[in-house]
Design a protein around this ligand. Structure first.
Ligand code: MN
Length: 238
């Protein structure tokens, strides 16, 4: 496998499950082989890209078990229930998100669908072999936009820690520049003209079992040990 490939699927994963995981992203990003994400894509819980205990000690298997098995799974089930019998049932996930964003009366569908997408993207933003230095192509872009990798990491940490209450920190590409941004609740750069490269979940359920109120410590450990620069590099435009 090349350095920019997504994590290999677990051996037990069927081709159908893998296609579901890729379609769930539906973006033309690193996880989505071309041709997927067409109309009629089913919303389903994609498999994790690593075993539940693979991110220990930074993120415990218990946290992943609840986060993936209860929270992410819950967003999938709620989305499926809410879109059943509506035109959204025929749309790929990303289209549902774009069409419900900011639309009165569609908040529940938007929130659940965006949380499905955000979590799938989040799992792939983490790797047991993460941290360290980004691939050269991404590092050059980081240095052009932030001045240095250290500044980029500081900006990402600031975006994560300063997000009041629930939300997400992101590295995004916008008009040729990389930026560290945050979004509240389920909101996503997809509807803001930004291309997501990686994300960190800063809802309390992402870290409370392991770090309680110490969000900054959790974010620092994630950036140091887990952040998957190869995934971010593969999501760069062009
Ligand atoms: Mn979460």
């Amino acid at each position: 496998m090349t350095p920019t490939s997504p994590q290999p699927p677990p051996t037990a994963m069927t081709r159908r499950a893998f296609l579901g995981a890729a379609a769930a992203l539906g973006l033309g990003l690193a996880l989505s082989p071309s041709g997927l994400g067409a109309a009629g894509a089913e919303i389903r819980l994609p498999p994790l890209p690593w075993p539940e205990d693979a991110l220990e000690p930074v993120i415990s298997a218990r946290t992943i078990g609840f986060h993936y098995g209860k929270h992410h799974a819950g967003y999938v089930e709620t989305t499926r229930r809410l879109i059943a019998g509506t035109p959204y049932a025929q749309m790929p996930l990303e289209q549902i998100i774009r069409e419900t964003a900011g639309r009165a009366g569609q908040e529940a569908i938007f929130n659940n669908a965006a949380q499905v997408w955000n979590h799938t993207f989040y799992w792939h933003s983490l790797s047991p072999r993460g941290g360290g230095r980004p691939p050269a192509r991404l590092l050059a872009r980081i240095e052009a936009s932030f001045g240095s990798l250290e500044s980029c990491l500081q900006e990402l940490a600031r975006a994560a820690v300063s997000q009041f209450a629930s939300g997400w920190a992101w590295l995004v590409e916008e008009q040729g520049r990389l930026r560290a941004v945050n979004t509240p609740n389920a909101e996503t750069p997809l509807t803001r003209g930004q291309r997501p490269l990686l994300t960190i979940d800063v809802w309390e359920h992402a870290y409370y079992l392991d770090y309680q109120n110490r969000r900054a410590d959790h974010v620092a450990a994630v950036l140091d040990k887990l952040i998957h620069w190869e995934f971010a590099a593969a999501n760069l435009e062009g």
